[in-house]
Write a protein that binds this ligand. Structure first.
Ligand code: CP
Ligand code: NVA
Length: 313
């Protein structure tokens, strides 16, 4: 039904764990799933996905739930406030118990260690649906969206402007695997974590691509093919919102900044976005914007991820 399954992987925790070939196989499968969804209607029949959420979600929750349904399976939403994790049951026990009922776990958590622990103790696949450190499903979708848009992305450049957060980290890990160069522009104090930059640079050296971190947005965006931004204050950082708004003055993606990118450049944002903060409305809703293609593609790419990890041969 599909080629190049990820046989050596039980989980999807980080794009850093995937090879370029595995990412390409995922993109080919996602393109097939998108073009011919009816072919996959029973691919995960009888299987179930537990979706654990410590944080809010619109896209991740709905696209995984609908995606599982479209593959013939069932998804069940578990708010951490309602399940026993919220009352102190350990991650290890939760992972072991869920593994006795269900076929896979998708989790959105604060601490990255919560997802790595779930993966360690669950006997079923665990998919990272966003942690404070990484957001692999979104970044894979974004590179898939770029590939769809440009045909091939090899040698093209993605410029990320703003907070060196979970999105910046996963985009830095995804670039080398998709064959794209990545330039991140963040103010001092909000740059991506050095250990992530170092790993991404090693991946880039092996792939023949580059990963650069700069300070000024214009140094990242000049000539770029994809211009990307994300909120200044992520989930869990609400108390810092005012301080961050000041720290990120000058980091808004404006039409003027977009004009310095490649003439065919697109604007991406994982969403939700704040028009007038990290992006001008004229960009988010303007001719460059592919934000709703990205949102749609979460469905197709995550169906492909579930097939790669959960389809029984
Ligand atoms: N981009 C993204 O993950 O959106 P949600 O927070 O709505 O899931
Ligand atoms: N950086 C954002 C991404 C939301 C999809 C957050 O973590 O809130």
């Amino acid at each position: 039904m599909f080629h190049g399954p990820w046989q050596r992987h039980k989980d999807l925790v980080s794009i850093h764990d995937l090879s370029a070939e595995e990412v390409e196989a995922l993109f080919q499968l996602a393109a097939n799933v998108k073009a011919r969804p009816e072919r996959y209607r029973t691919a995960l029949a009888g299987q179930t996905l537990a979706m654990i959420f410590e944080k809010s979600s619109t896209r991740t929750r709905v696209s995984f739930e609908v995606g599982m349904y479209q593959l013939g399976g069932l998804a069940t939403f578990l708010s951490s406030r309602d399940i026993q994790i919220g009352r102190g049951e350990t991650i290890a026990d939760t992972a072991k118990v869920l593994s006795r009922y269900i076929s896979g776990i998708m989790a959105r958590t604060f601490a990255h260690a919560t997802v790595t622990d779930l993966a360690k103790y669950a006997t079923v696949p665990v998919i990272n649906g966003l942690t404070d450190l990484l957001h692999p499903c979104q970044a894979l979708t974004d590179y898939f969206t770029a590939r769809e848009r440009f045909g091939t992305v090899k040698g093209l450049t993605l410029a990320y402007v703003g907070d060196g957060n979970n999105m910046a980290h996963s985009l830095m890990f995804g670039g080398p695997k998709a064959g794209m160069n990545v330039r991140v522009a963040s103010p001092d104090g909000y740059k991506p974590k050095p250990e992530i930059v170092e790993l991404a640079r090693q991946d880039a050296a092996a792939a023949g691509t580059t990963v650069e971190v700069v300070t000024r947005p214009e140094d990242a965006v000049r000539g770029a093919h994809v211009v990307y931004t994300d909120v200044f204050a992520s989930m869990g950082q609400e108390a810092e919102a005012q301080v961050r708004l000041k720290a990120f003055a000058g980091y808004q993606v404006t039409p003027e900044l977009m004009e310095t990118a490649d003439k065919d450049a697109v604007f991406m944002h994982c969403l939700p976005c704040h028009r007038g903060e990290e992006v001008a409305a004229a960009v988010a809703d303007g001719r460059w914007s592919v934000i709703f293609d990205e949102a749609e593609n979460r469905l197709h790419v995550q169906k492909a991820i579930m097939l790669m990890l959960m389809h029984r041969h």
